[in-house]
Design a binder for this molecule. Structure first.
Ligand code: GDP
Ligand code: MG
Length: 439
């Protein structure tokens, strides 16, 4: 299909302007591609109609041809529907955080609970306990106990058939024993039925969970949307875990779930091993669903041309001594998009890939700094010296951003460091730069 799409694109290429029939031609290919990814057909219809409208209004970016531009619009739209970024888990401020899993039998609840437990312990340093409340299949409790043993997480179970009672007692036990997060395993069925739903509704009432996580097997394709909706209508899921992405499915389920039920997909699971679990990546999923790897690579390359212009402007700003917090924010966004400052510097002739100079700032820091900058007045953003002069300004900004004054000072240092770095480098000789690059 990919090559068919490229053919369609080539037909458009070379023309200056994108007209409606060009878009229609591309949209036929996009529609086929989505259906091949097993996206729900209603979702496909709605989606392509929306995108078509967007594509018509869109200016063609420098560095892209019209066909590529259409694919870019489609890709961006897929990304934005599935959420630009993964939605993080919620936690209680005080007391125990409870996660309840729901989903059809075999969708991967029990396995995902194990994985989530490992993930929470590793990334959040939480003390986690599981409650085995799938009382219909004795093997289900055994399965959770086995997983718990394997990863060293305690499993609460009772030799009884009353899920409601187990959950109630389990939560009390967790409280007494200082657990911070409790994950409840529940019963699923092969199909949704009344009795199961009622039990889940009761357990929900009892546990008042922080999050209700719906596991959906990605291999169920377009049925996923309907399954998700049925659960969601009665239980209000707060997030979904998409499982079995290691299979050969293109992952159309992700789009269908999001479009039909609105539940944000929070995690993806891709294997039987406990470490095959990670936050959902909308970008990667969009590419996978479109299934046009080569076309997207092409677009990425073309988009770099735009980045190059921007990077050059940015460097000029940095060298001009007028570099302010507006510029810094712009730079953060650029770095976030392009991956690293060394990549931006790489566009500047003679600077190559200066790895040493590439200060490693992670995403969390970026976000924090962005918040601090947004708490500044317009004048402060444009004139960093205002903040340097008055400690009352620093205090006000810290308060507004909900951070400490030392965080504000770190940001000031970051601005200075960037300016200094560029100055140092612009004074270096070609040889110095080459040496730096080698280190
Ligand atoms: P539950 O009935 O919803 O609790 O589902 P289980 O956790 O018992 O999973 C059902 C089957 O799917 C088991 O054989 C799991 O090993 C398997 N499974 C779960 N998640 C994944 C996954 O991400 N990838 C693969 N390949 N298998 C999975
Ligand atoms: Mg299970």
């Amino acid at each position: 299909l990919s090559s068919r799409l490229q053919m369609a694109m080539r037909r458009i290429t070379g023309r200056g302007k994108l007209n409606e029939s060009d878009i229609d031609e591309m949209m036929r290919e996009v529609r086929l591609s989505l259906l091949e990814a097993d996206v729900n057909f209603k979702v496909v219809k709605q989606f392509t109609a929306n995108v078509k409208e967007k594509a018509i209004g869109e200016k063609i970016l420098k560095g892209l041809n019209p066909g590529q531009q259409v694919v870019k619009v489609v890709h961006d739209e897929l990304k934005s529907i599935m959420g630009e970024e993964a939605v993080p888990l919620m936690f209680e401020n005080t007391g125990i955080t409870t996660f309840m899993t729901i989903g059809l039998q075999g969708s991967g609840k029990t396995t995902s609970i194990g994985k989530l437990g490992v993930y929470l312990r590793k990334n959040y340093k939480k003390k986690v306990m599981f409650i085995a409340a799938d009382v219909y299949r004795p093997a289900a409790i055994e399965q959770l106990i086995t997983i718990g043993k394997q990863i060293g997480i305690e499993v609460y179970d009772e030799g009884i058939k009353d899920a409601r009672k187990i959950v109630k007692n389990g939560l009390e036990y967790a409280k007494k024993n200082g657990y911070e997060v409790v994950i409840i395993d529940t019963a699923g069925r092969l199909h949704i039925d009344e009795e199961m739903m009622q039990e889940l509704v009761d357990v929900k009432k009892l546990a008042n969970p922080t999050e209700i996580l719906l596991t959906v097997d990605a291999m169920t394709g377009q049925d996923a949307a309907q399954i998700a909706k049925s659960f969601h209508d009665q239980l209000n899921a707060t997030g979904a875990i998409l499982t079995k992405l290691d299979g050969d499915t293109r992952g159309g389920a992700a789009l269908s779930i999001r479009e039909v039920s609105g539940i944000p997909i929070k995690f993806m699971s891709s294997g039987e091993k406990m470490d095959t679990f990670e936050p959902f990546h909308p970008e990667r999923m969009a590419s996978r669903i479109l299934g046009m790897g080569d076309v997207l690579t092409l677009i990425e390359k073309a988009t770099e041309a735009i980045d190059e212009d921007e990077a050059k402007n940015m460097m000029e700003r940095m060298m001009s001594d007028k570099f302010n917090y507006y510029d810094l924010l712009k730079q953060f966004k650029m770095i976030k998009r392009m991956g690293s400052i060394s990549k931006i510097l790489g566009f500047i002739p003679g600077m190559g890939n200066i790895k040493k100079a590439a200060s490693q700032i992670d995403d969390k820091q970026f976000d924090k700094m962005a918040i601090i900058i947004s708490s500044m007045t317009e004048a402060e953003k444009k004139n960093p010296e205002l903040i340097d002069k008055a400690s009352s300004r620093r205090q006000r900004i810290a308060k507004g951003a909900g951070v400490s004054v030392s965080d504000v000072n770190n940001l000031r240092q970051a601005l200075e460091a960037q300016k200094k770095m560029v100055k140092t480098m612009s004074n270096m000789s070609e040889d110095d730069l080459k040496r730096l690059e080698k280190d």
